[in-house]
Design a protein around this ligand. Structure first.
Ligand code: F6R
Length: 256
C-alpha cells in the first residue's frame, strides 16, 4: 500500500512526516528511526525538533556513508547526521549508527550493520529521499531488490548532484556503504520525500513505473506501509495525481 501526499510547502511535508515518526516511535520503549541525509529531510528534522520531545531513548541508523573521507570530514554522513539530526533532535549520539562506524574491514561492515539493526529489533520507520537516478539509500540502478548493507559505487549523476557539498566533483567519494533495498524494505514504515522538478521523473518511476532494479526506488511498491510525500513539482509526472490527492484527503475512510 502506498499513500501519496502532495503538499504545498516543505513545512507541511515536514509536519506530515513528523506525525508519522511520532506514531512509529510510540510503538516501543526503545524505538528505532532510519535516518536519511541530504537536503530533502531537513524540514522533517525541523518539524520534529519543534515538538520538543524527549528522544533520548531513540536509536538511529543512517542509510549510508561515504567511503574514503578522512575521519571527521564535515561532509561525512557521520558528521552530517550529528549536525543535522542528533544535535537538533537531542538524540543520544551513542545510540546513532552510521554504516562502517565500528572500524572493521569494509567487506565486513555490511554484515555488522545488519546485525546491529537486527539487535535493535529492526527499524520502526525509515525516512528516505530519492536520487535523480531512482536511488534510495545509495542503491543505484541495477541494485538487487533483495540487497543488504554493502559497498557500492556511486553513479556519475549522484556524484555530480552531491558535488554541491564539496569543493569539486573530484572530491566526491566514488564509493559508499549503503543499506540494501532488502534492508530498507524490512523497516516497518517507509516515508519517502521528494521536492522539485528534477525529482519528478524518478518519483513517477518509483510510484507508477514497473518494479525494476533500473529504478531501485520502485521497490517501495512491495512495501505494505509506504508513504510518499512530494511537492507539486515532484508530483508533476504522476499520472494519477488527482486520484492520490482525493485518496489522501479521504484517508480516514480508505487508504490509497
Ligand atoms: C542520503 C541518501 C540519498 C538521498 C538522495 C536525495 O542518505 O541515502 O538517497 O536521500 O540522494 O538527496 P537530496 O535530498 O539531497 O536531494
Amino acid at each position: 500500500m502506498t499513500e501519496i501526499a502532495i503538499v504545498k510547502t516543505h513545512a507541511e511535508a515536514g509536519r506530515i512526516a513528523a506525525d508519522l515518526i511520532v506514531a512509529a516511535l510510540a510503538t516501543r520503549d526503545e524505538p528505532t528511526l532510519g535516518l536519511a541525509t541530504g537536503s530533502t529531510p531537513l524540514p522533517v528534522w525541523s518539524a520534529l525538533a519543534e515538538r520538543s520531545l524527549d528522544l533520548s531513548a531513540v536509536r538511529g541508523f543512517a542509510l549510508d556513508e561515504y567511503v574514503g573521507l578522512p575521519p571527521g570530514h564535515p561532509e561525512s554522513y557521520r558528521a552530517v547526521v550529528d549536525r543535522d539530526i542528533v544535535a537538533p533532535l537531542g538524540l543520544d549520539p551513542r545510540r546513532v549508527r552510521v554504516p562502517g562506524d565500528d572500524e572493521c574491514p569494509l567487506t565486513e561492515a555490511g554484515e555488522r550493520y545488519e546485525a546491529a539493526i537486527a539487535d535493535a529489533g529492526g527499524i520502526d520507520l525509515q525516512i528516505l529521499g530519492i536520487g535523480r537516478t531512482g536511488h534510495i539509500g545509495f542503491n543505484e540502478p541495477g541494485s538487487s531488490l533483495a540487497s543488504r548493507t554493502r559497498l557500492k559505487a556511486l553513479t556519475p549523476a549522484t556524484r555530480a548532484d552531491n558535488a554541491r557539498f564539496f569543493d569539486s566533483i573530484d572530491d566526491v567519494p566514488t564509493h559508499c556503504l549503503t543499506q540494501g533495498i532488502g534492508t530498507i524494505l524490512d523497516a516497518r514504515v517507509l516515508v519517502l520525500l521528494a521536492f522539485g522538478e528534477t525529482k519528478a521523473p524518478a518519483v513517477a518511476a518509483a510510484v507508477e513505473g514497473p518494479l525494476t532494479s533500473s529504478c531501485p526506488a520502485s521497490a517501495i511498491q512491495l512495501h505494505r506501509r509506504a508513504v510518499v510525500i512530494v511537492d507539486e513539482a515532484a508530483a508533476a509526472r504522476l499520472e494519477h495525481r488527482d486520484y492520490y490527492r482525493f485518496a489522501w484527503d479521504h484517508r480516514e475512510i480508505a487508504t490509497a
